[in-house]
Design a protein around this ligand. Structure first.
Ligand code: ADP
Ligand code: MG
Length: 334
């Protein structure tokens, strides 16, 4: 049916990370969604982790850009450049243009959906199809999405947290809030500035979250502290400070609370049958945010529903898009 050598490729074009899956091979690429461009010539200087390392360290002539914002394309041209680079890297010398399936947040507008399809085509796809991310995440997490039973997935990425209930191959109810990893990083940054009068960078703040972050303030009291460097706002000079796990937890508390409200509201909106299924099977967490310590236990406590972290939460969406490739003919008919 396909011309010889044509690959089916699944892409998770995330706000924080882009992943590429090739049918028959699995995940072949995981890189940050960042592109560095020369501000004068507009030339792409670096893509992915190399570009991410440049954030906050660029001279005037280079700009590190995150082309995706809140799950949708914010900078079309840069997204195309990034996709082109990643497709080339993932496929190697493979010359024929691939069929591509890309995850999009549920609830995107027709224009946003169109932009993703066009970007993939311009970047080299023979044709492109979209799949709703919470659905892909649920598939990737191994939930029984095609069965007549309700599942709930909470996918917390960089820009958005998407909460969805799924049954019989479709999304029953969903909610997307702009409260996720980046907001946590910003909250940590501003808390450190207030408490210690020290300004820390985006990457340092993310490192604090990953290393000593906890969704549970009480539990954080027993966790280790760590040292970070930043700029003393009083003297203007570099300074090393010791940050407590409790500081980080307090900083993140309000954002976590809002995410829990969204989960509760989605549960309240579901039919009694699906709610009962979710109580039986539990809520599954995906996305990088699923790795936040005690996130599962605080959600379980607030909702009284068991909560599980997906086996490879950062990979769930791309694995789901990869599974969808198997039924690409179905997608084509949509
Ligand atoms: P997106 O789908 O938006 O690209 P991802 O699912 O790739 O996002 O998740 C990226 C987010 O997860 C980032 O905000 C990152 O800081 C966060 N993250 C990654 N690992 C951890 C961890 N161990 N603890 C907390 N947050 C994490
Ligand atoms: Mg994602």
């Amino acid at each position: 049916m396909f011309s010889f050598g044509t690959r089916n490729v699944g892409i998770d074009l995330g706000t924080a990370n882009t992943l590429v899956y090739i049918d028959g091979k699995g995940i072949v690429l995981r890189e940050p969604s960042v592109v560095a461009r020369n501000t004068k010539t507009n030339e792409v200087v670096a893509v992915g982790s190399e570009a991410k390392d440049m954030i906050g360290r660029t001279p005037g002539s280079i700009k590190a850009i995150r082309p995706m914002r809140d799950g949708v394309i914010a900078d079309y041209e840069t997204t195309v450049a990034m996709l082109k680079y990643y497709l080339g890297k993932a496929l190697g010398g493979h010359s024929s243009r691939p069929y591509v399936t890309i995850g999009v947040p549920s609830g995107v507008t027709a224009v946003e959906r169109r932009a993703v399809i066009d970007a993939a085509r311009v970047a080299g796809a023979r044709d492109a199809y979209v799949i709703e991310e919470p659905f892909a995440a649920a598939v990737g997490a191994g939930l029984p999405v095609m069965e007549p039973t309700g599942s709930m997935v909470v996918d917390m990425g960089g820009g958005t947290t998407d909460v969805a209930t799924i049954s019989l191959g479709g999304i029953v109810s969903s909610r997307s809030i702009r409260m996720a990893g980046n907001k946590l990083d910003e909250s940590i940054m501003s808390y450190i500035r207030q408490k210690y009068s020290v300004l820390i960078g985006e990457q340092t703040s993310e490192r604090l979250k990953i290393e000593i972050g906890s969704a549970d303030v009480e539990a954080a009291k027993d966790m280790a502290s760590t040292t970070v460097r930043g700029r003393d706002l009083v003297t203007g000079l570099p300074k090393t400070i010791e940050v407590l796990a409790e500081d980080v937890a307090i900083a993140m508390k309000d954002v976590i609370a809002e995410i829990i409200v969204a989960i509760k509201e989605t549960l309240e909106e579901t039919s009694p049958e699906i709610a009962a299924d979710v109580i039986d099977h539990g809520i599954v967490l995906t996305g990088g945010g699923a790795l936040l310590k005690h996130f599962d236990t605080v959600i379980a406590e607030a909702t009284k529903v068991p909560v599980f972290v997906a086996p490879n939460p950062l990979d769930a969406v791309v694995i789901g898009t990869g599974e969808a490739l198997k039924s690409i003919d179905v997608l084509k008919n949509n």
